[in-house]
Design a protein around this ligand. Structure first.
Ligand SMILES: C[S@@+](CC[C@H](N)C(=O)[O-])C[C@H]1O[C@@H](n2cnc3c(N)ncnc32)[C@H](O)[C@@H]1O
Length: 277
């Protein structure tokens, strides 16, 4: 979920295919502790199937597929993302891929024991997504929605990057927040108001056992890796080529001037809920 108090430009949901390979190479994945927490919570019975929507190139799919024996169905609307996903899941024959928006996916007679969504829930129709998940799950089935926003650890570097963003008219870039601005509460991100899924779900009597968890990780990017990361972000991918090139070049200059290293804290924030029986 992009950290924003402004409405999300939904047309940006369709830009990922144009940067599929760079996305796969540069984007962070999700920690093993998140995967095991989700599977422990879901407590899948037998080989009850699992559904993932907005699977992208498989950043979450691959670790879940490795930990599961149950069939895992991935729904991904972009054929170019799905092609990389197919390549990444070749060692996992229990993964099947459906190229479709989640809103058009029909589960048929299958009822899933777990619904997964990594960094994609914000792209689904907000008026339909909870109904679609409810209808796809078996009673007692689990929902796991997660994102991995980050904050910049060095205040001077943060200020210099903010100046580049201001010059280019960019808001809510991945480096827009200071690491210290993240509190301890999962789903509370700087500048974000009311978008955490617990806010909707708390008023939906069809779901119960709501939990929010945070897995925190300190890491860093070098300049080239950070530019690739930014290139895979919809805000940048949707810019006209000359504006994108200029913004990336100016950002690179700032990171290079700070020793070519961008230290960040990444928060892997996880929301869990369960369909009532
Ligand atoms: C930021 S990427 C996340 C990909 C992957 N889950 C990950 O964690 O790296 C968002 C993905 O959601 C997909 N997406 C966008 N709109 C969608 C929709 N309506 N239904 C299903 N997936 C959608 C995009 O094509 C893209 O692959």
């Amino acid at each position: 979920m992009p950290s924003s108090t402004q409405p999300l430009d939904m047309s940006r949901s369709r830009v990922f295919g144009g940067v599929a390979e760079i996305y796969d190479a540069a984007r962070a994945g999700y920690p093993d502790a998140l995967v095991s927490t989700v599977l422990h919570y879901a407590a899948l019975e037998g080989d009850r199937p699992v559904l993932e929507a907005g699977a992208g190139t498989g950043k979450a799919t691959v670790p879940f597929a490795a930990a599961l024996t149950a069939p895992l169905t991935c729904v991904e609307p972009d054929a170019r993302m799905a092609e990389v996903l197919r390549r990444n899941t070749t060692p996992h024959p229990h993964v099947t891929i459906t190229v479709s928006p989640f809103e058009d996916f029909r589960p048929g007679d299958t009822r899933y024991g777990l619904f997964l969504c990594a960094t994609a829930w914000h792209w689904f129709d907000p008026d339909r997504r909870w109904n679609l998940v409810h209808d796809a799950l078996t009673p007692g089935g689990a929902v796991a929605l997660f994102w991995n926003p980050m904050g910049v650890r060095d205040p001077d570097l943060h200020a210099a990057l903010a100046e580049v963003d201001r010059r280019h008219g960019l808001t809510n870039t991945p480096h827009a927040a200071l690491a210290s601005a993240y509190g301890d509460t999962p789903g509370h991100w700087p500048g974000m108001l009311g978008h955490w899924p617990a806010v909707d779900c708390a008023h939906d009597p069809r779901f119960t056992d709501l939990r929010s968890l945070r897995f925190r990780e300190d890491t860093h990017y070098d300049t080239a890796h950070y530019l690739d990361h930014l290139s895979s972000v919809s805000l940048y991918a949707a810019l006209p080529a000359h504006r994108r090139a200029q913004a990336l070049a100016d950002t690179a200059d700032v990171v290079t001037a700070h020793g070519g290293r961008l230290p960040v804290t990444r928060c892997h924030d996880l929301f869990l809920a369960r369909r009532r029986t």
